[in-house]
Design a protein around this ligand. Structure first.
Ligand code: NCD
Ligand code: ZN
Length: 345
C-alpha cells in the first residue's frame, strides 16, 4: 500500500478568490498547496479589462504569505462588448492567461456575461489566433431547460458550434458534471480539455436533497446522478491528458449559504488535495494523481511543470465544522469529516 506520495507541486486550474478581506483570508489556503491557480474574474464588478486584471493580480500577490511561492494566473471576463485588442494586449503583456465565458446569469456574478455566444465570435477568432485559452462555464440558462440538463444542452447548443468554428481554439470545459461532457471532451482534439472539481467526484445530487436540503453541497453546475459521478471518476483517474484539477473553490460565508435563497458555491480550498486524494485512493489510482494534479494542466496551457515537489502522506485529517473568515463563519467542504491523507511538507 502506498503511504507516501511525492509529486510535482500541483496547480489549481479554476478557483474563486473574491476580493478584499475574503480574498486575503482564502489565498493562503490555496498558496500553501498549489504553485499556480487560474483565478476566476467574476468579481462585482467583473474583471473585464487588462488594467483591472493587473490590479486584481497585484492585490492577490500582496495576500500571499511570506516565504511561499504562488503565481495567480488571471482570466478576463468576457462580455458582449469585450475588446479583442485589449484582451490580446493583456495576454501579450502576461496579465491574462485565459478568458472566461459565462453565459449571462448562469451563476454567481454572471449578470454581465455573454448574452449570445455568437456575439463574441470575433473575440474567439482573435483568441484562436493568439493562442489564448477559453475557459467555459458550460450551462445554458434557458428557462425551458431543466437545471440538471443544462450542461448536456450547452454541448449541443453552443460547444459544438464553438469548436467547429474555431478548430484551433484551446477550450477548457470547466467543472464538468456529466458523462455527456466526458464523452464530448474525449471526442474532440487535444485542444479541448476539462477540469473536474473534488465535489463532483465525491457526491451525486442526493447529497444535496436527501435528508433535508444541504446547502453546503450546492454549487453550479449542480451535482448530477450517480452514473455521471462514476463517469467523472473514471475520467479523472484515466491518465488522459484531457482531464485535470480545478477545484472551483467558491467561498461564500455561512450566512449566505444557510438562508432562504442560498448562494451556489462550495469552499473546498482548505483541504483540496486531501479531498482529491481520497478519490484517487478509493479508485486504486494514486499513481495517476500526479498527472491529474500537476502535469496535464501545464501541458494543456503550454506552461512548464512546477519545479518544486510536494509530499503527501497517509494520515487522518479531521476537517473542522467551520472556519473563520473576516470574523464570520464559513463551512469548508468535508466539514466534520475525517480524510485519509495530509500534506507532509
Ligand atoms: C461560483 C461562485 O460562487 O463564484 N459558484 C459555483 O457554484 N461554482 C461560480 C461558478 O463557478 O459557477
Ligand atoms: Zn467557478
Amino acid at each position: 500500500m502506498t503511504d507516501i506520495l511525492t509529486i510535482r507541486r500541483p496547480d489549481d486550474w479554476h478557483l474563486h478568490f473574491r476580493d478584499g478581506d475574503i480574498m486575503r483570508g482564502v489565498v493562503p489556503y490555496t498558496a500553501r498547496q498549489f504553485g499556480r491557480a487560474i483565478v476566476m474574474p467574476n468579481l462585482s464588478p467583473p474583471v473585464t479589462t487588462a488594467a483591472l486584471g493587473k490590479d486584481y493580480r497585484a492585490r492577490i500577490e500582496a495576500a500571499v504569505p511570506a516565504g511561499i511561492t504562488f503565481t495567480p494566473l488571471m482570466t478576463c471576463y468576457l462580455t458582449d462588448t469585450t475588446d479583442p485588442e485589449d484582451l490580446a494586449r493583456g495576454a501579450a503583456d502576461g496579465i491574462f492567461t485565459a478568458a472566461k465565458l459565462y453565459p449571462a446569469n448562469a451563476t454567481t456574478n454572471s449578470a454581465h456575461g455573454v448574452s449570445d455566444v455568437t456575439k463574441i465570435y470575433p473575440v474567439l477568432a482573435r483568441m484562436e489566433a493568439e493562442g489564448i485559452v477559453l475557459c467555459v462555464h458550460g450551462e445554458v440558462t434557458d428557462n425551458d431547460i431543466d437545471v440538471f440538463d443544462r450542461e448536456a444542452e450547452f454541448i449541443e447548443r453552443h460547444m459544438r458550434g464553438i469548436i467547429a468554428n474555431f478548430p484551433d481554439l484551446k477550450v477548457v470545459f470547466e467543472h464538468i458534471t456529466t458523462a455527456d461532457a466526458v464523452e464530448f471532451v474525449k471526442s474532440c482534439g487535444p485542444n479541448v480539455a476539462a477540469t473536474i472539481t473534488p465535489q463532483h467526484l465525491h457526491i451525486n445530487r442526493n447529497a444535496m436533497l436527501v435528508g433535508g436540503i444541504q446547502p453546503h453541497n450546492y454549487c453550479l453546475p449542480v451535482a448530477k446522478r450517480e452514473t455521471h459521478r462514476l463517469a467523472l471518476r473514471a475520467a479523472a483517474v484515466s491518465g488522459s491528458p484531457k482531464f485535470f484539477l480545478g477545484t472551483d473553490s467558491a467561498p461564500h460565508l455561512r450566512s449566505v449559504k444557510e438562508t432562504s435563497c442560498g448562494c451556489a458555491g462550495i469552499f473546498n480550498a482548505p483541504y483540496a488535495l486531501e479531498s482529491y486524494l481520497a478519490v484517487f485512493d478509493e479508485e486504486g489510482a494514486l499513481d495517476q494523481f500526479e498527472a491529474f494534479a500537476s502535469l496535464n494542466g501545464p501541458a494543456f496551457y503550454g506552461l512548464p511543470v512546477n519545479e518544486e515537489t510536494i509530499t503527501l502522506e497517509r494520515a487522518e485529517t479531521a476537517v473542522p465544522e467551520t472556519l473563520m473568515l473576516t470574523g464570520e463563519e464559513i463551512v469548508p467542504w468535508h466539514a466534520g469529516q475525517t480524510l485519509g491523507w495530509r500534506i507532509a511538507t
